[in-house]
Design a protein around this ligand. Structure first.
Ligand code: F6R
Length: 609
């Protein structure tokens, strides 16, 4: 995810673009840049790091250009660096482009352009765009952009400026957000409305394929067929903070709803065309090294640790290698038994958690190979690990982790299947079966999100209770732990997760009349056992909401309420099961009047011990 901003008017463009980029930093922040057109031509400045680095680089410069484009980046193709930062320019240095999205056929295009003498400076997919525009430019930037996008496969919001037509920006979108802001004698473009709100509340919302020609006193929009279209003005009525949340009441809810997109993005490019193999380009182990793994240790904190627990069940089941999961703050001090035949997997959304980083260093010091699963490019964990699996959740703002967790689960599945394929522990057909299902999971995740009414109802009914219990077996137990953490951290309800079979060894004493119990029963092989456990708590008059897979209607006989998740392969169920639990925690917290995005005493990134 990246953010783009454009300005054409009579005020200095750079401060307006920087202001807009600040509002879009939530979309990505590993590098940023601007390109402006003034009387001397095209000027580009770009810097790796937060926006403050770009501001420093621009400090003291004369900023009188009144046309420009800017970008804040969250790297996909090409690591974060000054060179890979946007804007990118054409061979002749006359055209500059910013882009949010992914150009899937960039390698072919790059080869084709190289064979025609174009020289590339960066490792990005984006750089083919200014080169193509230059190739097609015959005096009309709109036409050159239209021809360029007809050769692009993928998703994009693109803005281009050219020295030869210095009074305009030409922009186009396909599957990526882009809005036009309408001013008096000035006009704007941005990925998202918050970047515009300081200047205007009048917008044009664009459709896929729309091409915008933006000038100070005129905005012309052509549809995919090239026909000029008249758009209705959309008047923004939300305040700036509401706008950043994209219409949701809280970042947490927005991020919960972003999960279908995040799941898809995390899988992009990682399943072979035939759909039968996992491709993990960031893993550099040789086949011998993979075959030589004797033990896997997964270490992490909090929600990431819970993703690791799912990883243990899945890897042990599919790869038959013993897996230990350890809390990073324990691992580093318990003199762990690991050596060169141990694969250590560290999981960290931020990639900066002090304990996880220390665990990584301890593992490497003892000779283990370390794979990092992280959401932040070039984070400390990513830089120090031997191999990386990036999750493409996009920046997570809410303290309570949601989309990072489900994408970490995707990373666990990909790793397990990758190891299984190299160690021949699964038949090719079985790998394909799980991959087919994994590819479609985002649709089912959307179905779960669309069915939130009963969860909201349960939350309203039980939000004033001070205790809650989560029970499950196998993978459901791992998910129960995550559900209970979510509830604790944002609603301050005392919640505990138990392996359902363990209840009668002590905890059953706490089950009293009306206490809410969330029973996870999605695993076919453990279903009957779970039904018995639900009966146990019902016999103590608990109020049970059960989560089961579609078709398992038997559970209705024992639970007070049932939420069904769509049918999927049992190992993949956690991704769907956790979504109602996230929503439950969210609505419980809302009904209790808690500060959902910033729970008391907690920080998003724990960089101290
Ligand atoms: C809970 C939560 C935390 C983090 C933990 C690790 O919702 O977000 O438990 O999962 O602090 O953080 P990362 O993944 O950044 O290492």
């Amino acid at each position: 995810m990246c953010g783009v901003v454009g300005y054409v008017g009579s005020s200095p463009a750079t401060p307006i673009i920087l202001e807009g980029l600040k509002k879009l930093e939530y979309r990505g922040y590993d590098s940023s840049g601007v390109a402006v057109l003034d009387k001397d031509g095209l000027k580009v400045e770009k810097k790796m790091g937060r926006l403050a680095e770009l501001e420093k680089a621009l400090a003291g410069r004369e900023l009188d250009a009144t046309v420009g484009i800017g970008h804040t980046r969250w790297a996909t193709h090409g690591r974060p660096s000054d060179v890979n930062a946007h804007p990118h320019t054409s061979n002749d240095g006359k055209i500059a482009v910013v882009h949010n999205g992914i150009i899937e056929n960039y390698l072919q295009l790059r080869e084709w352009l190289t064979s025609r003498g174009h020289v590339f400076k960066s490792e990005t997919d984006t750089e083919v765009i200014p080169h193509l525009i230059e190739h097609f430019y015959k005096g009309d930037l709109v036409e050159a952009v239209q021809k360029t996008v007809s050769h692009l496969e993928g998703s994009y919001a693109i803005m281009a400026i050219s020295v030869d037509q210095p009074d305009r920006i030409v922009a186009v979108r396909q599957d990526m957000p882009l809005v036009v802001g309408l001013g008096e004698g000035e006009n704007f473009l941005a990925s998202d409305i918050p970047a515009l709100l300081k200047y205007t509340r009048n917008c044009y919302l664009l459709n896929d394929g729309d091409v915008v020609e933006l000038r100070a006193d005129q905005v012309v929009i052509r549809d995919i067929t090239g026909k000029i279209v008249q758009k209705e003005i959309f008047k923004v009525t939300w305040d700036a903070e509401e706008a950043e949340k994209g219409g949701y009441d809280h970042f947490m809810l927005k991020e919960i709803h972003e999960q279908p997109r995040a799941l898809r993005d995390t899988l992009k490019g990682r399943i072979s065309h035939k759909g039968d193999k996992v491709i993990l380009e960031e893993i550099n182990m040789t086949p011998e090294q993979i075959k030589g793994i004797k033990k896997i240790v997964i270490t992490a904190c909090g929600t990431a640790y819970h993703a690791g627990l799912v990883g243990k069940y899945v890897i042990e089941q599919l790869v038959r290698i013993p897996v230990e999961v350890d809390i990073a703050s324990e691992f580093r001090y318990r003199d762990p038994i690991i050596d060169k035949d141990t694969l250590v997997v560290v999981v960290s959304q931020s990639g900066e958690t002090a304990d996880t980083l220390a665990a990584l260093r301890e593992a490497r010091r003892r000779g283990a190979r370390v794979v990092a699963v992280t959401n932040v490019i070039a984070s400390s964990v990513a830089r120090e690990a031997d191999d990386i699996i990036y999750t493409w959740a996009g920046p997570e703002i809410s303290v309570a982790s949601t989309k990072a967790y489900t994408t970490q689960l995707v990373a666990m599945y990909l790793l397990a299947l990758y190891l299984a394929q190299h160690r021949n522990t699964m038949a090719a057909g079985n790998i394909k079966e799980i991959l087919d299902e994994l590819k479609e999971l985002y649709v089912k995740a959307q179905d779960v999100l669309d069915n939130e009414a009963p969860i909201k109802e349960f939350a309203e009914k039980y939000s004033q209770h001070e205790d809650a219990f989560f029970i499950g077996r196998g993978l459901d137990y791992a998910v129960a732990l995550e559900g209970s953490l979510k509830l604790k951290e944002i609603s301050y309800i005392h919640a505990e997760a138990y392996a359902a079979g363990e209840l009668k060894h002590g905890t059953l004493a706490l089950i009293v009349e009306n206490i809410p119990v969330i029973a996870l029963a999605t695993q076919q092989s453990l279903f009957e056992k779970m039904v018995s456990n639900i009966k146990e708590v019902k016999a103590r008059d608990a109020r049970v909401i059960a989560l089961a897979m579609e078709g398992h209607t038997e559970v209705e006989k024992v639970a007070d309420q049932v939420i069904y998740i769509p049918k999927t392969h049992p190992v993949l169920a956690p991704i769907l099961t956790v979504i109602p639990l996230q929503l439950l925690a969210y609505y419980m917290a809302v009904y209790r009047g808690c500060d959902v995005d910033k729970p008391r005493n907690l920080a998003k990134s724990v960089t101290v011990e």
